[in-house]
Ligand binder design. Structure first.
Ligand code: SF4
Length: 255
């Protein structure tokens, strides 16, 4: 039996560009640490801290307390950033503003059952292949809703997320949930996107995962390249950054 493990974030990479996914899976390239990750992880860490206190039966922390957790995170991890897409001070300001709006508008509505919970669930077995989905859910609320925190550079289009977002399918399937919400914090504004994933959505997601298997099992030297989209650029693709694929011909500054 051959076991294939699919991490939710890698499924997204595969769907954007199979060749990038192949090179990341084989460890030929890796994503650089960027200031976007620093901003997002600082907010995640502070929210996780708040959730764990509540799960331990303690009082809700003050806003100052969780801001302190976020700022300590930024100080500790900023030396690891390889690509600064924003300056340090504006990142601190956005993290503070995003946590403030989360604290004021969303936190009072939440009651965590689990935070930052890793999962691993078998998608099935076919033709001597066992397919396993893995990931980490940000927040499982006692209401039954799964929450994921996003700190993007711009607001999302809710209809896009509802129509084709993979993460909400994956997590709802993995945890047998129906309701998945994005808590999107952008420049101190809160956007809540509520998504319902029924059994039909989940069955379609399982089919999608199995549709990737022939490519994963192939012995092709490269997988299909997908040039079409923002991801195919020296800013976002680690394959390009490594001077491979389109990067071998077009270099660091093609446009
Ligand atoms: S350069 Fe473009 S086509 Fe090549 S791996 Fe990266 S995203 Fe895919």
């Amino acid at each position: 039996m051959i076991e294939i493990r699919l991490r939710q974030s890698w499924i997204n990479t595969f769907l954007r560009c199979p060749e990038q996914a192949r090179q990341e899976r084989l460890g030929l390239v890796s994503q650089k640490e960027s200031s976007d990750f620093l901003r997002g992880n600082a907010v995640h860490t502070a929210i996780e801290y708040a959730g764990r206190l509540m799960m331990a039966g303690m009082e809700r922390p003050s806003l100052d307390e969780i801001l302190e957790v976020a700022e300590e995170f930024i100080v500790s991890y900023s030396p690891e950033v390889e690509v600064w897409r924003d300056d340090y001070e504006p990142i601190v300001d956005v993290v503070r503003a995003n946590l403030a709006i989360w604290y004021e508008e969303l936190f009072p509505l939440l009651d965590p059952e689990a935070v930052e919970i890793p999962f691993e669930r078998e998608l099935g077995r076919r033709d001597n292949i066992k397919l396993v989905l893995t990931g980490t859910v940000d927040w499982v609320d006692k209401s039954g809703v799964l929450w994921d925190w996003k700190n993007p550079g711009r607001e999302y289009q809710p209809w896009e997320k509802k129509r084709w977002d993979i993460q909400s399918h994956a997590y709802s399937w993995a945890l047998d949930a129906t309701h998945f919400n994005f808590g999107v914090m952008h420049g101190g504004k809160l956007q809540i996107i509520e998504i319902e994933r029924t059994e039909q959505h989940k069955n379609a997601f399982v089919d999608l995962c199995w549709s990737m298997v022939p490519t994963i099992m192939s012995d092709a030297e490269t997988w299909p390249q997908n040039w079409e989209g923002w991801h195919c650029s020296p800013i976002w693709c680690p394959v390009w950054q490594a001077g491979k694929c389109r990067g071998a011909h077009l270099g660091d500054n093609p446009w």
